[in-house]
Design a protein around this ligand. Structure first.
Ligand code: CUA
Length: 358
């Protein structure tokens, strides 16, 4: 049931609402998008599609959107009926100018009226409550469904660690998912409370220290969407971005097999590799095949397979890489990564080495 597409168990209510609501939808989008999505500007480059609640690419985002429209349409219907009755009453029962002294008919204690304005609202609330309960049950999955893809998400100040336990590798800030298969996410935090939010794929789920929350995503179209941390978590909260690449199943397997490999030992970057291995870089970063002691920062084994640096704060290119190593605060003030006080030529060697980590 994405974009008015296939129906699957939404019930006749939301189907009717959707058909009759195109104009209403457009008006609501025009009003709501700037307000809802202003913090979600994609910083690293211009070619990234804007995130939107209104173009779901997965369940449960589709069913959440349908449910939202159903609620708004119901409230709008009630509003129109009430305003129409009010206007009718004001016009129809106006006291004529030449009859000011006459008292209008008194309806206090009318059984019909009392029953009507008790029963009708109760019915509306009960129906909405049942629909809501149905949606909550559909959204809630405490156990991974059979055949689902397991992903462990760990929130850090200010980046996302992404582990694929079935495949045995860890990456960061760019989630890759296959289309048509449920991904079952376990969300944990290393430090403070974060919130995992991908508006086009799902609702928000809090990421809480000492607790494992779960959520599921079933992508229904290939593409790239952006998301971000949605719970204030410190001064770089706004730069805790996330990208999701939805692939065909074959492309996903190809990507995952590439990620499983150890880091390339490219010729010509031995000096940079040695420098990386002998500075404090390795205390925080793992490069599989070189050093696996550091887990405080993102795994860099396949750094060059990612499109951004610093959780979406900058495009992943040579100039930004040099800038980032030289002075992380320049790109992301307050970042947990320290400046290593390397000389310009040493930074160049380390950047050259990192660029070989495809
Ligand atoms: Cu993490 Cu806000």
């Amino acid at each position: 049931m994405l974009n008015g597409g296939t129906e699957s168990g939404a019930g006749s209510d939301s189907g009717r609402v959707r058909r009759g609501s195109e104009v209403f939808r457009a008006a609501l989008m025009a009003l709501a998008i700037p307000v809802l999505l202003s913090p979600l500007s994609a910083r690293a480059d211009e070619g990234v599609p804007s995130p939107t609640l209104f173009q779901p690419l997965a369940e449960p985002a589709g069913m959440i959107l349908d449910y939202g429209f159903m609620l708004v349409a119901t409230c709008l219907g009630i509003f129109i009926v009430v305003i129409a009755l009010l206007a009718f009453t004001v016009i129809r029962f106006r006291v004529p100018a030449d009859d000011k002294g006459r008292e209008p008919p008194q309806v206090y204690g009318s059984d019909q009226l009392e029953l009507a304005w008790t029963i009708v609202p109760v019915l509306i609330v009960v129906v909405l409550g049942l629909v809501t309960a149905g949606r909550i049950v559909a959204l809630q999955r405490d156990e991974p469904p059979p055949g689902s893809l397991a992903v462990r998400v760990v929130g850090h100040q200010w980046w996302w660690e992404l582990e694929y336990p079935d495949y045995g590798f860890v990456t960061a800030n760019e989630l890759h998912l296959p289309v048509g298969r449920v991904a079952f996410l376990e969300l944990e935090s290393q430090d403070v409370i974060h919130s995992f939010w991908l508006p086009q794929l799902s609702g928000k789920t809090d990421v809480i220290p000492n607790r494992t929350n779960t959520m599921w995503i079933e992508p229904q179209a290939v593409g790239m969407v952006v998301g971000q941390c949605a719970e204030y978590c410190g001064n770089q909260h706004a730069n805790m971005l996330l990208r999701v690449f939805i692939h065909s199943p074959a492309d996903f397997e190809r990507w995952a097999r590439g990620q499983q490999l150890e880091a390339r030992k490219a010729p010509g970057v031995a000096e940079g590799r040695a420098l990386f291995a002998h500075t404090a870089c390795v205390n925080c970063h793992t490069v599989r095949g070189l050093s696996e002691i550091g887990h405080f920062g993102p795994d860099l084994t396949h750094l060059m397979s990612r499109t951004t640096l610093a959780a979406g704060a900058a495009a992943n290119d040579r100039a930004n890489l040099v800038d980032w190593i030289t002075n992380p605060d320049h790109i992301k003030p307050g970042s947990r990564m320290p400046a290593m006080k390397l000389s310009a030529s040493e930074v160049g060697l380390v950047a050259g080495y990192l660029e070989s980590l495809e």
